[in-house]
Structures are given as structure tokens and as C-alpha cells.
Design a protein around this ligand. Structure first.
Ligand SMILES: [Zn+2]
Length: 96
């Protein structure tokens, strides 16, 4: 488990309307391509997002700035956020 996981929550567990800062992106052998695609879309640690809508099958639509992105359940479970109101800090480069 990532050390940050003691105070972050996976996106799939978040209610619609929840905003937070991405605190970790879990990588598995299966989702490497997905993680890379997300990074290209700007979904990476330190980015603020909001869960705006549920999609069939347990997915969510997330909003990042003016962009919206539909993510499936498995992807959501590998994205963790911190929902605290504190200002986003620069992500540490040390982890992972
Ligand atoms: Zn985490």
C-alpha cells in the first residue's frame, strides 16, 4: 500500500459531487496502458478533480477543469484522492 493511503480514498468510493486532489495512481501490470493514457489526459497526482456523474456499470464521469472524462470502475479504484479542503501541494517526486 502506498504510504499516502492512510488518508486518501479511492474514487470509486466517492460520492458524486466529491472533489479532491489526486494523491496516488496505483499501477498494476494490467492497467499500465490506462495509467499512461490518463497521464496524457492530465490525470496525475496533484490534479484537482470532481466526480460529477455516475455511469452504468459503476463508473463515474469526472471533471478536471473544463474537461470531462468517463472512467470505469477498475480505473476509479486505482485512483486515490484526498478530499480535504487544503490547497493542493506540489506532488512529491519521491514516491513510487
Ligand atoms: Zn492512496
Amino acid at each position: 500500500m502506498n504510504e499516502c493511503c492512510k488518508d486518501c480514498v479511492d474514487l470509486h468510493a466517492c460520492q458524486v459531487g466529491t472533489s479532491g486532489v489526486i494523491s496516488c495512481v496505483l499501477r498494476t501490470e494490467e492497467n499500465l496502458a490506462t495509467v499512461r493514457r490518463l497521464a496524457e489526459l492530465g490525470v496525475r497526482r496533484g490534479i484537482v478533480l470532481t466526480a460529477v456523474q455516475k455511469t452504468p456499470g459503476g463508473g463515474r464521469v469526472i471533471a478536471i477543469g473544463d474537461s470531462r472524462l468517463a472512467l470505469d470502475k477498475g480505473t476509479l479504484q486505482n485512483l486515490h484522492i484526498r478530499t480535504t479542503a487544503e490547497a493542493p501541494s506540489t506532488p512529491t517526486a519521491a514516491a513510487s
